[in-house]
Design a protein around this ligand. Sequence first.
Ligand code: MG
Length: 382
Amino acid sequence: MARTVSILGSTGSIGRQALEVCAHLGLRVTALAAHHSVQLLEEQARRFHPAQVAVVDRTAAADLKIRLADTSIRVQAGEEALIEAACCETADTVLNAVVGIAGLLPTVAAIEAGKDIALANKETLVAGGHLVMPMAARHEVRMLPVDSEHSAIFQCLQGHTDAAAIERILLTASGGPFFGRTRAELAAVTPAMALRHPTWQMGAKITIDSSTLMNKGLELIEARWLIDVRPDQIEIVVNRESILHSAVAFVDGAVIAQLGLPDMKLPIQYALTWPDRLPMDGGRLSLAQLGTLSFARPDEETFRCLPLCREAIRRGGGYPCVANGANEEAVALFLAGKLRYLEIAERIEEAMARWPDEPVDTVEAVLAADAFARRVVRAARA
Ligand code: MG
């Protein structure tokens, strides 16, 4: 099926690669949305001729409107424009690559508008999986994973839709730049140190999350919703080479894994061409050249964010949302030089301890839980 795509977060790492994939596949891009990167948005708009472009930052939107005045492209401003791009009439698929909890409302809007979702925004499911997955089922839209691990699991599950056939999910982690370090060694980590990831080139927020293993914790929660398995069926395995992107262990003892060079274009393309596989350029994995693959258990004593996420999904309700919100706020403070590295996990733990476990059965309640967590993190600084 040739999809028509709306890309939310088009100027970020995933968004830019998604546009390359769309160009390669000859897919029509009918809407673009980004926060503020005007120059890149202008280039993308002139190249892909979408019907509309949404810019969340209003000053940037006004600037882009002037830059695109010679075209028929509609430029819209604000959070509401992001929602409109998610509902864009001519799109059948929305690729959501927005960073953070800001991706939740656009996903909900796109589902309600009957769009298939190519999901790169993990916070949608971390914070709102209990609402979003039933909503997607009701509207009969597909949730196509773009995250490399979840795409790998999805690829391993082709032909095995029966949940009873799954014994365990083996969710792989690179281990991040601080694999093998002790807590004492992590005390003095600076943003620059944490921003150097060994195998994946990504945006700042997810690179920090990879270094703390919070990213794997979020992915654990994401997997629980996407695949509909119990959290205790998900095992985290470190693969330092980032070659084995995840695997599924079945009840007969078979383990099916997806391997490949670390390149996000494959999961992006697979989400857009599923159930078909189409040719893709780029490097090819040579197992003989690679020689060995190494596996290890994650060090959950040192990297506290991972067990905190496991505890959050075990408790359920608003806890995963609170853990995520606290992390987002803490990472922003860390990047701004206002929080120490090891305090990120401490703040998450504190926010979870203070959460009154109120019901979160509406999107508004989810966003309120997120706001609660952020307040706790900011108050702890003062
Ligand atoms: Mg991932």
